[in-house]
Design a protein around this ligand. Structure first.
Ligand code: PXP
Length: 258
């Protein structure tokens, strides 16, 4: 199973202070050394975390393939074409969201997505579509001639978190926190089944399958055990854990200076 490490969250920390530390560029060597297979970043329209300069330098300097997530906005697609990442993953964007919510609607945006895919292909950039795991989206993705789909695992991750009492934020799409355990278990199975079915259909249609969103150290095995999925893109949980796995050394380094 390939791992794309989403390093946006390093830039989120930097933006909290509007300074140049921590710099996501400095993560490239460590990601490679640690065995990551890909660097994933999201150049949002609102430039909330990764800036153009970050994305440009990451594409130029990364020795791992770069998967650049972006919206289907024409200006952004033009910027991405110039940066020449290995892959562009088209995602939906909504200004008020805390993070990407749900997959791209390939039905209502078909023409715009087709134009974006064409431009990216002309610039020798592989294309992935971040979509909800269902038959209609996979069939439309196949018509769009993309190399990859990335299945949205956010719903699965939310249900998993609810079942295990680990869902604190109200922005998650499943609002009813009163659901009973039995119902949650059924929902979790349903959601896993949808991912499995969508991945198998994509594979049959010769589309490579990635998955991501909300995956963490507790839930990841449920998805990584699906043989039809080749790659996972994971960000928040890895960067969150690194705060604690790195904290002891960081304190010791400061104490030594004192
Ligand atoms: N894949 C896509 C398309 C995303 O938008 C994100 C979030 O930026 C991820 C994967 C990683 O999600 P998380 O940070 O929850 O691991």
């Amino acid at each position: 199973m390939l791992l794309g490490v989403n390093i946006d969250h390093i830039a989120v920390l930097r933006e909290a202070r509007k300074i140049n530390d921590p710099n996501p560029l400095d993560a490239l060597g460590i990601c490679k050394l640690a065995g990551a297979d890909q660097i994933t970043i999201h150049l949002r329209e609102d430039r909330r975390h990764i800036h153009d300069d970050d994305a440009k330098r990451i594409c130029e300097q990364s020795t791992l393939p770069v998967n650049l997530e972006c919206s289907i906005n024409e200006e952004i697609i033009d910027i991405v074409c110039k940066m020449k990442p290995s892959r562009a993953t088209l995602v939906p964007e909504n200004r008020d969201e805390v993070t990407t919510e749900g997959g791209l609607d390939l039905n209502s945006n078909f023409q715009r997505i087709e134009n974006a895919v064409k431009k990216l292909h002309e610039n020798e950039i592989e294309v992935s579509l971040f979509i909800d795991p269902n038959k209609e989206m996979i069939e439309l993705a196949s018509k769009l001639n993309v190399e990859w789909v990335e299945l949205h695992t956010g719903t699965f991750a939310n249900v998993y978190a609810m079942l295990h009492g680990n869902l604190k934020n109200s922005h998650h799409s499943i609002k009813d926190l009163e659901l009973k355990k039995d119902e949650l278990k059924k929902l979790l199975q349903k959601s896993k089944k949808e991912i499995k079915k969508a991945a198998s259909l994509a594979q049959k249609l010769k589309i490579k399958v990635a998955a991501g969103h909300g995956l963490n150290y507790q839930n990841v095995n449920e998805i990584s055990s699906l043989k039809t999925i080749e790659e996972l893109n994971i960000g928040q949980s890895i960067i969150a854990r690194s705060v604690f796995t790195g904290l002891q050394i960081a304190i010791k380094d400061m104490k030594d200076l004192l």
